[in-house]
Design a protein around this ligand. Structure first.
Ligand SMILES: Cc1cc2nc3c(=O)[nH]c(=O)nc-3n(C[C@H](O)[C@H](O)[C@H](O)COP(=O)(O)OP(=O)(O)OC[C@H]3O[C@@H](n4cnc5c(N)ncnc54)[C@H](O)[C@@H]3O)c2cc1C
Ligand code: SF4
Length: 701
């Protein structure tokens, strides 16, 4: 409770004036800013609404927390440093933190407020919200009340969601059978006509599309809006949703996970406590569901620590770069779904494009590029801009206005890359585990269904009296892993399990296309074989050295059809408070030391990382020296720059720079796509959650 009352000013400052200054600094208002205003985007009033929302969510947190704690009989007790103490004392102890302002923050020596819940869900996407709704449905059906908390790092539910998206309503039909009778539902545009074309530089030709891609019964949506809608339903049912609160760490008990720690607020760039400092609080939960989407930060830790990937293939990813345009009504074909192959990508690079005609004259278009691409000179953003120079787009986008831009990674590994789903005390749901059906380019239905399946196991676990006797003992969610294997999600992935991996076999890219065509049209996965990633290579490891590759010459931009990256970025509404620790950390995980460590957490050895100027210098040596500064091109938000460094140019070997270059991280620009963490050849960048609420403000993506 005290956490929120004192956190409000900090969050308000972050979301208010500072943000305005920030965006003024990085984004010159251009024609696109004007466009955003003229289309009446809900972004327009965000600065004021953010401020109101901060107060509102804090107030609702406070009132809910008060009512719930009295309902559950914990009255005015809070848990601090593992001791339950009266609330008044807790407030005094918080004030004692203030005496240490501007001291370096020590995460091992901090008093944290703690709250007890039944289920804590990290991530308010389709998976997390479906789990939350299903839990509350079970509460109503079975009569035993449970407390469900959902943490979402975005400033609002849906504001960090970016997808295509054509969605299959299969899971939604099961979750909310009456959804069509709800007037406010955002699934307004059925997919009416699905086709596929092969693009060359100046022409395009119709080609057959796999039957799995058929649009029958599907809807063209903004997944950001669908998610926001699910959020309101979950909240109405009694789920406690906290937007602007990121899950920053797992809380360990004696044999596994017993909850989640939220992020600290009010640290400066050097990690010192500002006046507004508030430590993150702990949500101690009988079950923790990780629903962070592709390559989630806590999911990554859980997978590593509990060895959930043992015996499975590495996860592989694609990056989706997307724009939404309001087109001339004469060019708009509501319900039209186009998928493309060929131009602008070369034959060595896996990927393809989409053009979805949504409702209201809006068109979603974008490109997915497999992150196993080999040429470090490739820029997914520039590929998308180049694609729009094709005559097809010159015609479609004539007189159109671009209203949104964004990017997000998606899982491509399929069935063979799904890790073990449960760990002591919790489970992975949705794209935290990775259930995208690559042949369909759809993952939402599977994300929702796995959320529902996990909720069914979680409800049984948290209402089992015997299991909740010892709060330090982790619960067992293994029945969920079993339920997944017996579900239609497993069948959905099993049928197409060989499609994406066929591109990485000796068949090569051409062979992959032919094999995938045969498999999806005729074999439908009924083969006795399963292609495995026997090399065990990650996407990062597929990158070739610059000297083995040809630099790519991208054509100049042709505004308004194609623009520079910062102009596009302005459409994302992205912002992070400037004076906070850089959330993209250049650091290395020390494997050996981890195994040998005497310190333990949750029955596991404590993890150790090394960071500092030596690690940064080595990063520059590898990434500039061998990979031509890949991240400077690959990041779709221009976060990474390798700039001139006088010291190392003059021969210094003990600084951050190497060979006359050093790394600058413009973390304010980050749109949370997770590409850098996945693709950096040196595997020394870790994406961590920034102060809650920072990041993009998507509304139609
Ligand atoms: C470019 C692209 C195109 C796609 N096209 C389609 C399509 O056409 N049809 C389809 O069905 N699927 C499509 N997909 C896949 C689909 O978007 C995903 O399968 C689906 O969004 C997964 O849902 P999720 O809830 O698991 O994760 P997400 O939708 O990624 O949601 C995760 C949520 O968790 C939050 N979060 C993450 N970490 C934390 C943290 N530590 N603390 C608090 N909150 C956190 C995020 O902010 C986000 O709101 C596409 C994906 C991409 C990227
Ligand atoms: S910094 Fe990383 S996560 Fe952020 S936008 Fe760039 S590539 Fe994506």
């Amino acid at each position: 409770m005290f956490h929120v009352t004192t956190a409000v000013p900090a969050r308000t400052e972050v979301c208010g004036e500072k943000k305005e200054n920030e965006s003024q600094k990085y984004f010159q208002p251009g024609p696109q800013e004007q466009e955003r205003t003229t289309v009446g985007s809900p972004l327009d009033n965000r600065l004021d609404t953010d401020r109101l929302l901060s107060f509102a969510s804090a107030f609702s947190y406070l009132s809910r927390a008060c009512s719930l704690s009295s309902k559950q009989g914990i009255g005015t007790m809070l848990r601090l440093s593992n001791k339950k103490i009266p609330l008044r004392l807790a407030v005094r102890q918080l004030h004692s933190t203030a005496n240490r302002r501007r001291e370096l923050f020590d995460p091992n020596n901090v008093e944290r407020a703690s709250d007890e819940v039944d289920v804590c869900i990290v991530g308010g996407g389709p998976a997390g919200l479906s789990a939350a709704i299903r839990l509350k449905q079970l509460e109503q059906e079975k009569g035993k009340e449970i407390r469900v908390v959902l943490l979402e790092k975005g400033g609002e539910v849906g504001s960090h969601i970016l997808s295509g998206a054509v969605i299959e309503p299969r899971a939604l039909n099961e979750l909310l059978p009456d959804w069509q009778s709800r007037e406010d539902h955002p699934l307004k545009q059925p997919a009416l006509n699905t086709h596929m074309r092969f693009f060359t530089k100046n022409a395009s030709y119709p080609i057959p599309h796999p039957p799995q891609m058929s649009g029958k019964g599907t809807y063209i949506v903004s997944l950001s809006q669908v998610t926001a809608w699910l959020g309101t339903i979950a909240e109405e049912m009694g789920v406690e949703i906290y937007p602007g609160f990121a899950g920053a760490g797992l809380v360990f008990g004696k044999d596994g996970v017993v909850g989640v720690r939220t992020n600290e607020v009010g640290l400066d760039r050097e990690g010192r406590m500002k006046d507004t400092f508030e430590p993150g609080m702990e949500f101690r939960a009988k079950v923790t569901l990780l629903a962070e989407g592709a390559h989630g930060s806590l999911s990554k830790e859980a997978i590593r620590r509990f060895k959930l990937r043992e015996g499975r293939d590495p996860q592989t990813y694609g990056i989706g770069v997307k724009e939404v345009w309001r087109v001339d009504p004469s060019k708009h074909k509501p319900g039209d779904v186009l998928h493309s192959m060929g131009f602008p990508l070369d034959w060595k690079t896996y990927g393809g494009g989409w053009v979805y005609h949504m409702a209201d004259n809006l068109v979603s278009l974008g490109l997915v590029v497999g992150l196993d691409y080999s040429n470090p000179y490739l820029s997914p953003y520039r590929e998308l801009q180049r694609w729009k120079h094709h005559p097809y787009f010159k015609d479609l986008l004539e007189g159109a206005t671009r209203i949104a831009y964004g990017a997000r990674s998606l899982n491509e590994g399929g069935l063979q890359s799904v890790p073990k789903l449960n760990f002591p005390g919790g489970a992975l749901i949705g794209c935290s585990a990775g259930f995208v059906n690559v042949a369909k380019i759809k993952g939402t239905h599977n994300a929702m269904k796995t959320g529902m399946l996990a909720a069914e196991t979680a409800y049984d676990v948290v209402t089992d009296e015997a299991a909740s006797e010892d709060p330090e003992k982790s619960t067992d969610m293994s029945k969920y892993d079993e339920a997944y294997r017996n579900s239609w999600v497993y069948q959905d992935l099993h049928e197409v399990r060989n499609v994406r991996p066929s591109f990485n076999t000796p068949l090569g890219m051409f062979g992959g296309v032919v094999y995938s065509g045969l498999d999806t049209l005729f074999l439908k996965g009924r083969t006795p074989w399963t292609f495995r990633n026997t090399s065990g290579l990650s996407d990062a490891a597929h990158t070739k050295k610059a000297k083995e590759c040809k630099p790519i010459e991208y054509p100049p931009f042709q505004p308004p059809l194609s623009t520079d990256l910062l102009t596009s970025l302005a459409l994302t509404g992205t912002n992070h408070a400037e004076d906070q620790p850089i959330h993209l950390r250049v650091r290395n995980y020390i494997k050996g030391e981890n195994e040998a460590s005497a310190e333990t957490e949750g029955g596991l050895s404590k993890e150790h990382w090394v960071e500092g100027k030596d690690v940064k210098r080595e990063h520059v040596r590898v990434n500039v020296g061998e990979y031509a500064g890949l991240l400077g091109r690959a990041c779709p938000a221009q976060v990474y720059e390798y700039v001139d460094d006088e010291a190392s140019a003059a021969g210094a070997t003990d600084g951050e720079g190497w060979g006359g270059k050093k790394l600058v991280i413009n973390s304010q620009n980050c749109i949370h796509c997770k590409l850098c963490d996945i693709k950096v050849p040196s595997q020394d960048i870790t994406w961590t959650p920034p102060e809650g609420g920072g990041g993009p403000k998507y509304t139609v993506t």
